[in-house]
Design a protein around this ligand. Structure first.
Ligand code: SF4
Length: 326
């Protein structure tokens, strides 16, 4: 409640996508809030309420990549994957990223800035498509923009607005431990995916360099505790990198952590980026690794990547436009 007093009616009217219905009512009263919320969420978005614009769209089969330009000239990318009845939207939470995963373009130029709740929400609004799943897997590490990310979820699920079902929302994170602890205590039934990608600290430090201050065992234990607390399966994403994280000792450690737990391991295929040090593994090696994991008693899926031709697959969202803007 304490932050409510800082907002004025002008704040609400100038960035209306950044507020929950309740916040609006507190500042501008119920009647104006109701009519504003209805124009924001029940009709096509009006220009005067938007703080970003669609710059370009790329299409590749059932995948579309949207590039949005923000008020300060920075750009972000968002991906939509069309399914039979609606689709999945993969939204960004930051311009750039500070984590620096070696397999990802988003962090190549480092962190630029956090997105505001309004900029996160507008990605879904500007899409103007039927969405049945929202995944926070675009540019940026959502938990490093914690309060804006959580606020955006509250706005998206607001009953008076989009009323998006919370269990249709997934957050994918490299797992900063303090934020995982906070997330566990939120009353939000969102799906948690941890980008693990390694079984030893040394390998993880190599793949996800800027997470070295977090002990890999702490990351795993926090995520398992989240699964327990919410009685919900946690997904651990594991990017298969031949010769780096596919040893028999990796299988043994994954089994030690996850056998018998409410966990699914999602084996991901590497999507080519500008890092030429990483070679694309052969399908058969990946399948054999999956079989070893299954024999060790783990539940494993292998994800098919969409949108490689338009650089919209995982790890390929980049700061191309921002480089030009610098
Ligand atoms: S994979 Fe995610 S956390 Fe890692 S650099 Fe890319 S955007 Fe950041």
């Amino acid at each position: 409640m304490k932050y409510l007093h800082r907002h004025t009616p002008d704040d609400i009217r100038s960035v209306p996508y950044g507020f929950t219905y309740k916040e609006m009512v507190e500042v501008i009263g119920e009647s104006e809030a109701r009519s504003l919320y209805s124009s924001l969420y029940k009709h096509s978005p009006k220009k005067e309420y938007l703080t970003m614009s669609l710059k370009t769209v790329y299409k590749d089969g059932n995948t579309e990549k949207y590039v949005f330009e923000l008020l300060d000239g920075k750009c972000i990318e968002m991906v939509f994957i069309k399914r039979q009845d609606g689709g999945t939207v993969c939204v960004s939470t930051q311009v750039g990223c500070s984590v620096g995963c070696i397999f990802c373009e988003s962090g190549r130029n480092g962190f630029v800035r956090n997105l505001t709740p309004s900029e996160i929400v507008q990605q879904v609004i500007l899409l103007r498509r039927k969405v049945n799943r929202i995944v926070f897997m675009g540019m940026g590490e959502p938990l490093f923009n914690y309060s804006n990310f959580i606020k955006a979820i509250h706005i998206l699920r607001d009953r008076n607005g989009l009323n998006f079902p919370t269990d249709g929302i997934t957050v994918s994170t490299v797992g900063p431990v303090e934020q995982l602890k906070k997330l566990r205590e939120e009353h939000l039934k969102i799906q948690l995916t941890i980008s693990l990608h390694a079984t030893t600290q040394a390998t993880r430090n190599r793949i996800i360099p800027n997470m070295h201050r977090y002990d890999i065992n702490d990351v795993v234990n926090e995520a398992l505790s989240h699964a327990k607390r919410h009685n919900r399966k946690v997904v651990f994403a594991y990017l298969f990198l031949q010769g780096i994280n596919d040893k028999p000792s990796d299988v043994r450690q994954l089994a030690r952590w996850f056998r018998g737990k409410n966990v699914m391991l999602n084996l991901l295929e590497y999507n080519p980026t500008s890092n030429t040090q990483i070679k694309k593994p052969a399908k058969q090696e990946m399948t054999s690794f999956k079989q070893q994991l299954e024999r060790a008693g783990l539940e494993v899926t292998m994800r098919i990547s969409h949108g490689r031709n338009i650089k919209a697959a995982c790890g390929q969202l980049a700061n191309k436009y921002n480089e030009k803007n610098k």
